[in-house]
Design a protein around this ligand. Sequence first.
Ligand code: BES
Ligand code: MN
Ligand code: ZN
Length: 502
Amino acid sequence: MRTELSFAPTAAIATEMLAVFAADTQTAKGSDAKPQPTPLTTDPKIQAAAATVLGTGEYKAGANETVLLHAPAGIAAKRLLIVGLGKLAKATAHAVRDGAGTAVRFAKPRGIREVAVVLPSSEGLRGAAGARAVAEGVFLGDFDPDTYRTDRKDQSIQSFTLSVAGEADRQALVSALAEGAVIGESQNFTRSLVNEPGNKLTPTILGQRAAEMAEEVGLKWEVHSTDKLHELKMGAFWSVSQGSAEPPALIVLRYEPEGVKDGPVLGLVGKGITFDTGGISIKPADSMERMKYDMAGAAAMMGAMRAIALLQPKVRVIAVLCAAENMPSGTAQKPGDVQTAMSGKTIEIINTDAEGRLVLADGLTYARQLGATHLIDAATLTGAISVALGKIMAGAFSNDDAAYGRFESALAVSGEKFWRLPLGDAYADLIKSDIGDIKNTGGRWGGASIAAEFLHVFAEDTPWIHLDIAGTAWVEESRPYIAKGPSGIGVRSILAWVRSYE
Ligand code: BES
Ligand code: MN
Ligand code: ZN
């Protein structure tokens, strides 16, 4: 997508479609308080063109509510799309991100390939934060998952212009736009990986995709397989792969900015199960096809590493991604088996479908061994997280309030929704094993916290955050600003968390 910034008067921009945000500026309450949809632009010609429809009462500027004007009088654009942000008093950069996505998703099915978006003029939404949000939203809105349709019409937006007439700090806007594009593209990179079916994206191929990306953006990389797992004594990780004809992949990506020789080393660990059948504890057939998404945690870390390499924060980052296919077969591990993890802890396998925690156990240990001082992992780890939080929020767990505090601040930047859930000894009691140190399941209740507590055994006392994205990595229903399919959740928050250590 060609991306540019225009300082010209907004009404003079010749484009297929110009999108302007509108918000409800009504502050009075009560039944007489009619919505007051107001265009968020200082350009009098755009205001005049929008006035016709905004005065009718048929459009209320609700969040992502749209109305299209053809051949609007007095402006160069062929079409003017008004995109609602809801109440102005409550509108945030996150509403702007969504609104920009809505504009793009309005354009795409109508064959419109050229879009200009007006940076909202109101306080709090203008400037660099608004510009970044618009760019992110445009790129995110442009993604569609139908890559294997033989009759696919590529409706991608080819040209995107951000209109910033009247804004003062040009350099800040230029970098904000570029940054938003990098973040949106990186999140889409994650989404495209998650979208791939299990036959097209094996652990080996995920390793190749990581290597290609690393070469492109200048990260150091290593991709290992079975031999290295044995050498490192990664008995937990290997046990998940042992039932599959596809070899596992241990992917390591390193970001080492020049001149940064001390300070923290951030370890990003991702669950990369390219398909989860459940193994011998096989899953029911219903919706099993969705389990191609079980590498969304690893893919989120790959997207975050891509953005990190391009945005260059001054902090060292290392990603450890554990990719395997969880299959039933004559060589698969069995319930009752005991595995020795890389850390030396022994694990009794109760359910072979609780495989994500097994690969992450060794991933966390390895990241610590490679020098990580702070850890964050992402995984489609439990069905229980959806029971707890629905498909609305993702789960977060941490053994360290300071690290988690930074993550909370990162959420304010990313706009992603995570909710912190508990860890603790009471959960640890549930995974004590009679035959070994721990077992890989702990009963029906509190499954997300039990899984997190299992990981805690391997994170030990290294400050660590665990993200359970099983309920949110896949969007079930399309929304005006985003296609249904892989969401790319985690990329923006992990990136913002990393940047907080800069
Ligand atoms: N990948 C799944 C988590 C999952 C389950 C995501 C259902 C979406 C829907 C994970 O590997 C898994 O199977 N977890 C089990 C753990 C259980 C056996 C303790 C689960 O949540 O059912
Ligand atoms: Mn499973
Ligand atoms: Zn799984």
